[in-house]
Design a protein around this ligand. Sequence first.
Ligand SMILES: CC(C)=CCC/C(C)=C/CC/C(C)=C/COP(=O)(O)OP(=O)(O)O
Length: 365
Amino acid sequence: MCPLTPARDRSRPGKDRPLTIPDTVEAREAVDLLDRTRAAVQPEIRGACETLPGPMRRVAMYHFGWEQADGSPGPGAGAGGKAIRPALVLASCRALGGDPDRAVRAAAAVELAHNFTLLHDDVIDEDATRRHRPTAWTVFGTADAVLAGDAMLALALRLLAEDPLPCSARASARLAECVIELCAGQQIDCAFEERLPEEVTPQECMGMATAKTGALLGASCAIGALYAGAGEEKVRAMDAFGREAGLAFQFIDDLIGIWGDPERTGKPAGADLAARKKSLPVVAALASGTRAGAELAELYRGPMGAAAVARAADAVERAGGRDWAQSQAGERMSRAVGELARAVPDLGAAGDLLSLAEFVTRRNR
Ligand SMILES: CC(C)=CCC/C(C)=C/CC/C(C)=C/COP(=O)(O)OP(=O)(O)O
């Protein structure tokens, strides 16, 4: 079945419906689309991971939720992430008149590349929890987690290299360029750590987020367009759509990093503040010139226990960081839709992409 064929029974709850369902028709449709995307790409991803030797295979199988640390069965499909990037590949392909079934391998490659970044990011940030479970590096050690991440990137490129479709070579080059850009974005993020919180400007932070997060969402859409046989102009417009949507995604991610419900996010409450992250709402609050912004700067200089985290969240809100991030997410998504209209003038053909855009701005995990 085409991975983007709508499910017949949209109301049925159950274990194959692991994402929170937001309260708009578009966002509900996106949840269905993400469920179907996971069903389509996971066999490719799992098959690729199972070819890895020894410890790298164990890390990959654990990270995607198919196994526990001891090799026994893991929590399963829903524990492997939302699958937003492969859904963008397939939906972009379809919006531009292509057959999404032919892009499943490319969609799996993009998701493998995304998970390479997550494995490494958790090591760099020393994060202990991801997707409701202990991070791979805390279970298997940093060396095995980093090496499994490296291998995942190689699996992504191998999947594309093995794809007989002529567009796969351009898709592979596009993915490789994107990985270089997101590594550069990550490097800028790491360099922010060495600076005083109030020295980082919202503009710099948005540039970093565009590279770190927007690049891969842009590449996902561009690769979907390549698999539809689109010309360069449309591929570029789809890339721009994904980048703007990616920045909106990061704004929401940063809001969730402060105010997200741990039950839904799978991470501790206020995790980003406890780690003194210079996220978008925080940087905006610090740059606000308000008294609350100054309070936040002071809090960030001291120990961040639970009470300090709660006060910091309150200070970000009073300084306007929360409202700013929320309105920027909306603004970026409007720009994204403008770019989409350049590639797909009849937006009626881009329903899945619009549903995903709606999901991204309304998600709570
Ligand atoms: C090279 C390197 C280490 C780069 C780091 C890049 C990086 C991790 C950027 C953050 C992107 C992000 C918001 C991920 C969560 O995605 P998601 O919410 O879609 O995750 P899911 O797959 O769990 O749903």
